[in-house]
Design a protein around this ligand. Sequence first.
Ligand SMILES: [Zn+2]
Ligand SMILES: [Zn+2]
Length: 187
Amino acid sequence: MNQLKIQKFVSNVLIENGYVLYNDVHALVIDPGNVYNDIVSFLKQNKLKVLGVLLTHGHFDHCLSCKHFQDDGIAIYIHKYDSDKLYTDGNLSKMLNIDFPVFYADYLLEEGFFEIGEFKVEVIHTPGHSRGSVCYVIDDYFFSGDTFFKDGVGRTDFYDSSFIDLRNSLMKLTPYFKKPYIFCYGH
Ligand SMILES: [Zn+2]
Ligand SMILES: [Zn+2]
């Protein structure tokens, strides 16, 4: 078995957490924020090839550097209901006057399972913080994005947020909270 390891990278924009999940040769990047350079040097140091960038949702603080990864030939994945945020004001970058390099996702996800190389990814659609928010389960790791944090939940006061949806999403996640996942939060 090729045990997976994880490395966290904290963006200085809204203290967003990006992650590199990796085995001996391959890696997935989750929510890279604006720490492209740090992530790329980590990948080089460890001789890792990135197979894809997974986004938990389309808010700018999670995906500011995605265009750079895409320019490097790496595919970007996001739920279909948040994909328009990547090229519209829906990513909320205008709220903080932040320059956002727009891009189009390569793969639009729905709830379910799929594989990227040897990584088996479960997509759980968890609307509430945004309409197309998802959580990812990969091996022992659970990526919550902004759906929930260690001590709270994501904001539900944005244009496509819904507190009721978020509550329903958390109810849906209840079975996952009973398992010993390593939880990786968006903030
Ligand atoms: Zn968000
Ligand atoms: Zn966020």
